[in-house]
Design a protein around this ligand. Structure first.
Ligand code: NAD
Ligand code: TDX
Length: 332
């Protein structure tokens, strides 16, 4: 049995990964999470106490990180400030957590010789034109657009430099847009589902033709575990499930699945620097590590997520007014 330290394990994807580890392995999991506005204790608190332990703390504080890394066999690093819109309003926590935090993890892992997997995003590659047939690959040059994606790009560069300069045993993954239960209602899909539940018309930025490459969080988790177990040290793997859809298509599908007219949405002011299209070519992960996504039917996955938000109003309701007030202040 191994001890795995999962940073950000009370967030949307990190908590999904902790469940995946408990189901698929016999590892003991220590979650290190600062419990920011984006975290939920409920997402992991029903897991068995002899398998999962939560340590509330900051990845940017070496005195917190070092002893936890010292007793871990591997670190899987999800913790981040993760919302582009927030990074446009105030980039500072993104710099602290995503850059200083990752640096702090790297130094601890270097000191203890611990295996690390760093979780990142396809946004580090910038965006593609709608008319461009290309997709991102592991060789696409970095070209981030927002403070969030620039901070994630910087964190990836730090990991790569620590691998090359210090021989760190690390892998990196860059995944496309996730959907699933427990995603904060500031994000596109849960914001629109909870808007419809509240009788508010969904809000689409700009012309709504921006494309995101959707993957279910369960598939992201299975890919990360596969890379942790079988990935080649020093390598980067792109994770995606061929789920390209533009925002209007997604909003229309949400409205249809929720029994509303498909044009019952509003177009609002665009996000500054809004990336046009993301698209992942995940052939390396599929061919070299034999990974395949389980959620192939976006409509069915989305229908399940809508039902989840319908049944978990107790979880999202306390955050709804404050989240919508932040958007309203920007006319979005
Ligand atoms: P999230 O915002 O839901 O969760 C982030 C978690 O990190 C929260 O629990 C938060 O409390 C914790 N955290 C934040 N700052 C911390 C700090 N200083 N110390 C300790 N914990 C801290 O984010 P998410 O959507 O689950 O994303 C998780 C990771 O996956 C991030 O690294 C993100 O860049 C990456 N990613 C996300 C997506 C997506 O679509 N959401 C896609 C690709 C990659
Ligand atoms: O109300 C909205 N209306 C809207 O049109 C919101 C919140 C978003 N959008 C658009 C912006 C994007 O084109 O929907 C798309 C998705 O937006 P987000 O959910 O904010 O995701 P995105 O900015 O694409 O980033 C996400 O995927 C990559 C995650 O938040 C990141 O953490 C991850 O790295």
């Amino acid at each position: 049995m191994h001890r795995i330290l999962v940073t950000g394990g009370a967030g949307f994807i990190g908590s999904n990964f902790v469940h995946h580890l408990v189901r698929q392995t016999d590892h003991h999991v220590t979650v290190l999470d600062k419990m920011t506005y984006a975290a939920s204790r409920e997402a992991i608190d029903e897991l068995p106490a002899d398998r999962v332990e939560l340590v509330v703390g900051d990845i940017a504080e070496a005195e917190t990180v070092n002893p936890l890394v010292a007793r871990a066999d591997a670190v899987v690093h999800f913790a981040a400030e993760s919302h582009n819109d927030n990074s446009l309003h105030d980039p500072s926590p993104f710099i602290r957590t995503n850059l200083i935090g990752t640096f702090t993890i790297l130094e601890a892992v270097r000191q203890h010789g611990t295996r690390l997997h760093h979780v990142s995003t396809d946004e580090v590659y910038g965006d593609l034109d709608l008319a461009d047939p290309k997709r991102f690959t592991e060789d696409t040059p970095y070209n981030p657009s927002s403070p969030y994606s620039a901070s994630k790009a910087g964190s990836d560069h730090l990991v790569r430099a620590w691998v090359r300069s210090f021989g760190l045993r690390a892998t990196v993954s860059n995944c496309s847009n996730n959907y699933g239960p427990w995603q904060h209602i500031e994000k596109f899909i849960p914001r629109q589902i909870t808007n419809v539940l509240d009788g508010i018309r969904p809000r689409v930025y700009g012309d709504g033709l921006n494309v995101r490459d959707w993957i279910h969080a369960d598939d992201h988790s299975s890919a990360v575990l596969r890379i942790l177990e079988q990935g080649e040290i020093g390598e980067t793997y792109l994770i995606g499930a061929d789920g390209e859809k533009n925002n209007l298509e997604v909003v229309r599908l949400i409205l249809k699945l929720m029994g509303r007219p498909e044009d019952a949405y509003d177009q609002v002011s665009d996000r500054a620097g809004h990336d046009r299209r993301y698209a992942i070519e995940s052939g390396k992960l599929r061919h070299e590590l034999g990974w395949t996504p389980q959620f192939q039917d976006f409509e069915q996955g989305l229908a399940e997520v809508i039902e989840w938000y319908r049944s978990r109003e107790d979880w999202w309701r306390p955050h709804k007014d404050a989240t919508e007030q932040k958007y309203a202040a920007k006319g979005q």
